[in-house]
Design a protein around this ligand. Structure first.
Ligand code: MSP
Length: 531
């Protein structure tokens, strides 16, 4: 069933840096999507990994007096350990120093040479040394000839290099962006790319001779392949697209092309323009969407080591230790920069969201409902319909309400609107709270003659909470599993039955449920910069 397969990727992270919130965020948003889609029955391949070549890695290694490979091994291990500590469910972790990546990149470049998409030429331009990136005259002027990332002046550089004939793809790219309007998201990012595209495309150098830590050009080993070109290829080499017959990859080509390449906004051009052009030249199908999220800032300011507000692994751990991993995920996903604007992580806001959404909404509702079932029914789930005298609850057609919320939530997740998906589930929980306040089961409980109504109300509350929990599992897997355990529900997301589980009537009367306390109140964590 090829339509059932789906492929999602994170950027591969530079090993000359240590992981921070940006890396954790990109990987976590992919993880939530991957978990949700597997639960929904899709055959998901979720890829992340490390980008290990290039002059920066070579330089840092030299400074420390070690080989670049040693530095790469050391830092790749730190990035890989993030996977375990954040319970991320990637299907593979690619490292660009793996021999299968190196081999396949060379095969791809051979093909690019063979179809004349790559040629040897000379180039002069404005070079951002930190970013290892050339800029056009217009762009360089716009940036005042200084790196927008680290402020260092651009240098005028001239090189004999291999070039990728990007200019030849101008028209095809324009047509493609026109046809596939959702290719670059969000829209604001699409407009940026289209604007820059209108300035006209120039060929881009794809090889370097001023350092050696890279993959040699297959035809000319004096040159190493520019790190950006080979890094992009990771998305294809991980699936064995240049070696589809090898044992390692026989089962993977079916995932191509990616549904979502999730990236940060600073690396959009490479993904949205250069990558599709390279794939066109390689005659491979193009990805469906490049989704560029914005940036996290910290306590209202850009993250910086000197300000002490850098959200590194240690800072993240403090949040996780105080509030739990699922709360961390919830905050990242619902408050994060998935849209076109940056998002601020502040300890005060984190605490507020924890209280309003998790303690007072999800936790409180689940605990209220399970506590009442325990108090009035010894924990045994009552019948849904009273035998007579049906309660006036017409405003709350729960089977319809839950069906609608589930379909909004699932549809939002398909579109990578994770906050929208969560909001639909949370909206359901809020409705349960409103329903309890309106029907006042605690008052009915005092009247023996209205026991059927009481049972009906509590059944409906519990069932709506259960459906919300299924929709929230992707974001908060541990807490929702904890809830299912208390409700004696043998749900296993690996079965891929999310849709069935969102149907009304999944909880059977007679089941014994325990009282739950999912999100305890906690003391507020101090501000990130206040350490
Ligand atoms: N190696 C390249 C990507 C190659 S992909 C073929 C690279 N690596 S990186 O280590 O610098 O990681 C960049 C990614 O980290 C960004 O795309 C983004 O996902 C994430 N972030 C880095 N800083 C960030 C924030 N402050 N906030 C959110 N994410 C940001 O670029």
């Amino acid at each position: 069933m090829p339509e059932n397969t789906t492929y999602i990727t994170t950027p591969i992270y530079y090993v000359n840096d240590k992981p921070h919130i940006g890396h954790v965020y990109s990987t976590t948003v992919c993880d939530v999507w991957a978990r949700f889609m597997r639960f929904a029955g899709r055959d998901v391949f979720f890829l992340t990994g490390t980008d290990e070549h290039g002059v920066k890695v070579e330089k840092s290694a030299k400074e420390r007096g070690i080989e670049p490979q040693e530095l790469a091994d050391e830092n790749a291990a730190i990035f890989e350990s993030v996977i375990g500590s954040f319970e991320l469910t990637n299907d593979d972790f690619i490292r660009t120093t793996h021999d299968y990546h190196v081999r396949q990149v060379q095969k791809f470049v051979e093909k690019l040479l063979a179809v004349d998409a790559v040629y040897l030429g000379e180039f002069e331009g404005w070079y951002d040394e930190g970013q290892e990136e050339y800029h056009t005259e217009t762009k360089a002027r716009e940036f005042d000839y200084k790196s927008p990332i680290n402020g260092k002046p651009f240098v005028r550089a001239r090189e004999k290099n291999y070039y990728f004939r990007l200019s030849a793809f101008q028209q095809r790219l324009e047509e493609f962006f026109e046809q596939q309007r959702g290719f670059i998201r969000p829209d604001a990012r699409r407009n940026e790319v289209l604007g820059r595209l209108r300035e006209g495309l120039q060929d881009v150098p794809i090889s370097r001779t001023n350092f050696s830590w890279g993959i040699p050009m297959p035809n000319d080993p004096e040159h190493v392949i520019y790190v950006w070109i080979e890094a992009l290829m990771n998305y294809a080499t991980a699936l064995g697209m240049a070696e589809p017959d090898s044992d390692r990859f026989a089962q993977r080509a079916k995932y191509w092309p990616a549904d979502y390449h999730i990236i940060g906004k600073e690396i959009l051009w490479f993904h949205a323009v250069i990558w599709p052009a390279v794939l066109m030249a390689l005659e491979l199908p193009l990805p469906k969407c490049i989704y560029a999220h914005s940036f996290w800032i910290s306590e209202g300011q850009k993250m910086s080591k000197t300000l002490g507000n850098f959200i590194d692994l240690k800072t993240i751990e403090e949040f996780v230790n105080t509030y739990g991993l699922d709360t961390w995920r919830y905050y990242l996903l619902t408050q994060g920069p998935l849209g076109a604007t940056d998002a601020d992580l502040s300890a005060a806001h984190f605490h507020e969201i924890y209280n309003t959404d998790l303690v007072n909404t999800v936790g409180n509702c689940a605990s209220r409902v399970t506590a009442m079932i325990n108090k009035y029914y010894d924990g045994v789930v009552p019948n849904e319909s009273p035998s007579d005298n049906r309660l006036e609850i017409a405003d709350y057609g729960w089977p319809t309400l839950t069906r609608e919320a589930a379909s909004i939530s699932i549809e939002a997740m398909e579109r990578f609107d994770i906050p929208g998906s969560v909001a639909a589930a949370l909206g359901l929980v809020r409705k349960v709270d409103g329903f309890i306040n309106k029907t006042e089961p605690f008052k009915l409980a005092k009247d023996e003659t209205r026991r059927d109504e009481l049972g009906a109300i509590l059944y409906q509350c519990l069932e709506a909470v259960r459906i919300a929990s299924v929709l929230l599992w992707g974001v908060m897997p541990s807490k929702m599993s904890e809830l299912w355990e208390a409700l004696a529900l043998p749900i296993d997301p690996a079965e891929g039955n999310l849709l069935d589980l969102t149907a009304w009537g999944g909880i059977h009367p007679g089941l014994k449920v325990q009282k739950v306390a999912l999100f305890p109140r906690v003391e507020r964590k101090e501000e990130v910069a206040a350490k």
